[in-house]
Design a protein around this ligand. Structure first.
Ligand code: NAP
Length: 206
């Protein structure tokens, strides 16, 4: 019988994508023996309605150029093409329908986001649909007893990976672009060139 395949889904706003995200995806691919990592830029983030996020098409295209050279990485338009606010549960249901029961789904994202999964839409339905891989930077305190208890009470499974490169953050990069400081070596040159070309993160109206 054919063995089950293992698909990683790398969820994030990617505003912009940087080396921390790419190292996280590569680390998850190897540590969890995944067949592929599908980057899933968020369409309209449900929790970010109070801050302006770069248009989804720009975030999608930056993710495409950043991952183009890696044959194990692909990028999906699923969330950016879905109308309305983006909820991860809708994505996991759609991927389950698309890939069927012979593919295990692993949703990979930042640990700060994973701590809040119990408050995400239909959180209890993640059980049986996917497992979670939470990426942290070294030294991050994983001992949040209440969060762990709540996550486990929903029957959800979370594994953790430490990624030193996650000292890089999208917020830090946006601030550097705004302050005209260098971003070289924090993200792929192709993404830096894209940001420059379209004048992203330069302030009001950019
Ligand atoms: P966030 O709150 O902006 O990020 C939390 C932390 O995680 C930040 O330090 C962030 O760093 C990091 N991070 C984000 N994505 C990452 C990734 N793929 N790998 C490693 N670190 C990552 O998180 P977000 O981007 O809005 O949401 C993360 C994912 O959770 C998205 O797929 C989103 O759609 C999903 N989500 C779903 C719901 C829901 O269904 N109700 C609610 C919230 C989030 P950077 O800023 O440098 O990326």
């Amino acid at each position: 019988m054919r063995k089950k395949s293992r698909l990683g889904i790398m969820g994030g706003t990617f505003d912009p994508i940087h080396f921390g995200h790419l190292v996280t995806a590569e680390e998850a691919l190897v540590q969890f023996n995944l067949d592929k990592v599908l980057f899933m830029p968020t369409g309209q983030p449900a929790r970010k309605t109070n801050r302006s996020v770069a248009p989804s098409e720009h975030r999608y295209l930056m993710t495409v150029v950043a991952t183009a050279s890696n044959p194990d990485f692909e990028v999906s338009r699923m969330e950016i093409d879905r109308p309305g606010l983006t909820y991860t549960i809708d994505t996991m249901r759609e991927l389950r329908d698309q890939f069927g029961p012979r593919t295990d789904l692993y949703f990979i994202t930042g640990a700060d986001a994973v701590w809040e999964i119990v408050s995400w839409k239909d959180a209890q339905d993640f059980q049986g649909l996917c497992k979670f891989i939470a990426a942290t930077r070294p030294g991050y305190d994983l001992h949040e007893p209440l969060a762990v208890e709540q996550i486990e009470s929903k029957g959800l499974h979370v594994d953790y990976i430490e990624v030193p490169a996650l000292a890089i953050s999208s917020t830090g990069i946006r601030q550097r672009v705004l302050g005209r400081r260098p971003v070289r070596y924090l993200l792929p040159e192709s993404v830096a060139a894209y940001i420059e070309k379209y004048g992203l993160y330069r302030g009001e109206g950019s």
